[in-house]
Design a binder for this molecule. Structure first.
Ligand SMILES: Nc1ncnc2c1ncn2[C@@H]1O[C@H](COP(=O)(O)OP(=O)(O)OP(=O)(O)O)[C@@H](O)[C@H]1O
Length: 237
């Protein structure tokens, strides 16, 4: 569904952060990218989603070349990107935030209403707080709102960067429960995560990025068997 082929990118002209990175995200699967701090995981998602120009390589989504397309096109193609940074509009209500997620369908009021009802069905806590200002929600609920807002547009591919960063472990657990539910619904997800254990538990296939390059990749089963050795390697203990 999504193919990244030998992608090279960086923030300034003469320094590359990613070098020849390749990966495949098959339809209906969850693919996780893990790796040490600064490996370039967030940079990879930014480059895939059009927020950072590629210096070399290609990104294809089905038969469409994404390379060079502006990030604003992604939602029309069925791709929803949830960056690591907080992106809720704190002064707007939960419902107004969700409606912004359905911006592309704003002229079709019945469809937007249906999409909201579907999302409220998945996130009953957000329905209860629909009139609250998003800024009054806890950090965990704000992240939940971001995920829900990303789903209003009925994406085919969800690109998620570090969904649990900054959240207390018990709250992070709720976010992973939501991602597991999305997996049951066969949504295709590309996930970047520092939480190796959760990422491996969730993903069908895992890629390790080190110093901006592909390291190993393999199935969840292979990683579960090797997880301890891998974490020891990273921590160098
Ligand atoms: N906006 C930016 N401008 C310039 N350099 C950046 C920018 N964002 C990240 N970098 C640099 O790119 C490199 C990779 O960072 P990136 O955030 O992609 O790594 P990461 O694997 O996601 O790590 P982390 O898990 O710590 O976020 C780092 O050296 C970082 O300093």
């Amino acid at each position: 569904m999504l193919t990244v082929d030998k992608l090279t990118a960086g923030y300034v002209a003469d320094i590359d952060i990613l070098h020849d990175v390749s990966l495949d995200v098959p339809e209906g699967q969850i693919v996780a990218v893990i790796g040490p701090n600064g490996a370039g995981k967030s940079t990879l998602l930014r480059a895939i989603c059009g927020f950072l120009p590629l210096k070399q390589g290609d990104v294809h989504y089905h038969d469409q070349r994404l390379t060079g397309l502006p990030s604003s096109h992604m939602v029309n193609l069925g791709i929803s990107y949830l960056p690591q940074e907080r992106t809720v509009f704190p002064a707007l209500s939960v419902e107004r935030n969700l409606r912004l997620g359905g911006w592309a369908m704003r002229r079709d009021k019945a469809r937007l209403q249906q999409a909201l009802e579907r999302v409220y069905g998945q996130f009953p806590l957000l329905f209860e707080r629909r009139k609250s200002k998003a800024g009054d929600l806890s950090g965990g609920m704000q992240k939940m709102l971001e995920v829900a807002r990303g789903l209003v547009s009925e994406p085919k591919l969800l690109v998620v960067d570090e969904p649990s960063v900054g959240l207390a472990p018990i709250v992070a657990k709720e976010i992973y429960t939501i991602l597991h539910q999305l997996r049951e619904q066969h949504l295709t997800i590309l996930l970047v995560d520092q939480n190796v254990r959760e990422a491996v538990a969730l993903a069908d296939h895992i890629y390790v990025l080190e110093l901006g390059r592909n390291s190993v990749d393999g199935s969840r089963q292979a990683f579960e068997t090797n997880l301890h050795a891998m974490i020891r390697d990273w921590l160098q203990i």
